[in-house]
Write a protein that binds this ligand. Structure first.
Ligand SMILES: C[S@@+](CC[C@H](N)C(=O)[O-])C[C@H]1O[C@@H](n2cnc3c(N)ncnc32)[C@H](O)[C@@H]1O
Length: 271
């Protein structure tokens, strides 16, 4: 019997009305429940707590909003949304009601650590709670990672997570990476631009910080039709303004984010 069928049996709600997908962050379960009445949501949430004893709180996930990618999350049953999530041997302390955690980016987090070389200076322009910075610090021999995060809540958890994972080479900076870039000079061997949409507007900041040979991991969202001409054009436009050449090394679809719409990453080297 599938989990959805078990929930249907426990709640008396028809299986086709029960959402098929959910995400578990630490011991908090997040579910999109768009077509359900409040009473149905409560029944489902209460049954989840019984069926999955390791889940402490069930929340409705509404959307992820705005520049700071803040989720709109409402707790339906249980209590407490601050939790510790473990992924690939890294601990992430997080308030699941206030900060997003994209499990869909796991392959990208793993892929990155394979590329980092000993002694690199890395800039994580949109560090969040340390999604990329923490695994890089833990599993590579990078010299230093400057992790920039604008949202004070995410920054708070970033600093907690650095301590929780006993990391000593992450320098956490609270602020806007467009502004922070001005203080760095061109010293980065690798830059992670883990943000979308509209990431192209941060390309000048990345070029500002990149030293010759720097690898930039440029994330963004494009329609199927725009791939791969539009991202290449955006990079070319900024590289010309900086009078630099660049070479695209890899192009990858990370995950689908809508009908014929993709979260992608383009790896390019500044020459
Ligand atoms: C999608 S989340 C981070 C995701 C993570 N890098 C990943 O791909 O798994 C994007 C983060 O960028 C932060 N952010 C948005 N604009 C920013 C800016 N101008 N400077 C620094 N951080 C910013 C948001 O607060 C959010 O924590």
């Amino acid at each position: 019997m599938t989990f959805k069928q078990k929930l249907a049996e426990a709640t008396g709600i028809k299986a086709d009305r029960i959402p098929a997908s959910y995400q578990i962050i630490g011991d908090v379960l997040l579910m999109k429940m768009p077509k359900l009445k409040q009473k149905e949501k409560q029944k489902i949430a209460a049954s989840i707590l019984v069926l999955l004893p390791y889940v402490k709180t069930v929340c409705e996930m509404k959307e992820v909003k705005g520049e700071l990618r803040e989720p709109v999350v409402i707790a339906i049953a249980g209590n407490g949304t601050i939790t510790t999530h473990k992924e690939n041997d890294v601990l992430y302390r997080i308030d699941a009601a206030k900060i997003m955690f994209s499990k869909g980016n796991l392959s990208e987090r793993k892929r990155l650590i394979e590329h980092v070389k000993e002694g690199e200076t890395i800039i994580d322009m949109f560090a969040g709670i340390g999604y990329f910075s923490l695994p890089i610090a833990k599993f590579t021999k990078a010299k230093e990672i400057f992790s920039i995060e604008k949202n004070p809540t995410s920054y708070h958890y970033l600093t907690e997570n650095i301590a929780l994972n006993k990391i000593s080479n992450i320098i956490a900076i609270q602020g806007d990476c467009n502004i922070a870039a001005r203080t760095f000079g061109n010293r980065a061997d690798r830059i992670i631009m883990g943000y979308f949409p509209g990431t192209e507007s941060f390309l000048p900041a990345a070029f500002w910080m990149a030293k010759s040979g720097c690898m930039i991991h440029f994330h963004n969202v494009y329609t199927e039709k725009e791939l791969w001409k539009v991202p290449a054009g955006q990079i070319k436009h900024v590289s010309e303004a900086f009078k630099k050449d660049f070479e695209i090394i890899a192009k990858k679809k990370v995950k689908s984010v809508g009908p014929r719409k993709w979260h992608v990453v383009v790896d390019f080297r500044v020459l």
